[in-house]
Design a protein around this ligand. Structure first.
Ligand code: OKV
Ligand code: MN
Length: 241
């Protein structure tokens, strides 16, 4: 019995080996799991469920197949694929979860999220986030023709690459106070997130209680998965793609 957590695959046409590795992961490992949680940034970018990209179809089919074999898959949006909507959820048979969510994993309450909202030392990003997460702005964006959305997204991605070069690595990590606040707000001591690409299991003491925060790794040269089993054993593993 195992529940699996992954994030930050950043699937795109430019990285076919990661997609191939993901499909193998679904067939070899996820089929034996109780559930699969994808905590955001499954895709490198997302400009609407109506994007006729073949990659989306391949991934939707593979996830739907997993569902048909009895393994439920849950998804929390990342900062890149936040526009994944009901249509893709239906095609992939994934359940879309809210951005912060307390789940029960073998009797333990665990807070799961993508993790970008914990990076409170990057006000530039949070401003950008507030803007593009505005439902009205999203509605307008989604009403644009596909070629325009592609053009805007390409431009934003190039700008972001440029601005990330000037950001310090501390700024791109989670803020410890934001972590404590999130745990307090949800009344939990366990948390799993991705986004920072700094895979680790952090032990902390909060109010005299031992607390754990697992950070999922990004998929680059290797895949990354967190395995949780009923004996409360958690294992952060990296595997070749
Ligand atoms: C996702 C990020 C690009 C970071 C644009 C309104 C706007 C949605 C959008 C376009 C971009 C998602 C949907 C993408 C995340 C980037 C660059 C930086 C830091 C609008 C609503 F602007 F036109 F109003 N977008 N895409 N970034 O390419 O997937 O998270 S994206
Ligand atoms: Mn992210």
């Amino acid at each position: 019995m195992t529940t699996l957590f992954i994030a930050d695959l950043h699937l795109s046409d430019n990285e076919p080996a990661i997609t191939a590795g993901f499909l193998v992961f679904l067939q070899r490992e996820a089929v034996h799991a109780d559930a699969l949680y994808i905590l955001g940034d499954l895709f490198e970018f997302w400009i609407g469920d109506d994007d006729p990209n073949e990659l989306h179809d391949t991934v939707a089919r593979a996830l739907a197949e997993l569902h048909d074999k009895g393994i439920p898959c849950y998804f929390i949006h990342g900062n890149r694929d936040f526009l994944i909507g009901k249509d893709f959820a239906k095609r992939s048979k994934m359940v879309l979860l809210p951005e912060e969510c307390v789940i029960d994993v073998y009797g333990q309450k665990v807070l799961i999220m993508h993790g970008d909202t914990l990076c409170t030392d990057d006000p530039g990003y949070l401003r950008f986030r507030r803007y593009i997460r505005n439902p009205i702005i999203q509605k307008i964006f989604l009403s644009l023709p596909l070629f325009l959305r592609q053009k805007i997204a390409g431009k934003l991605r190039r700008q972001s690459k440029r601005s990330n070069r000037t950001k310090s690595s501390l700024m791109m990590d989670v803020n410890p106070l934001a972590v404590i606040k999130a745990l307090k707000d949800h009344q939990v001591i366990h948390m799993i997130h991705g986004h920072t690409h700094r895979p680790a299991i952090h032990d902390m003491t909060i109010g005299g209680r031992l607390s754990q925060r697992a950070v999922l790794g990004a998929w680059h040269d290797n895949g990354s998965v967190l395995r949780v089993n009923p004996d409360d054993q958690i294992e952060l593993a990296s595997f070749p793609l």
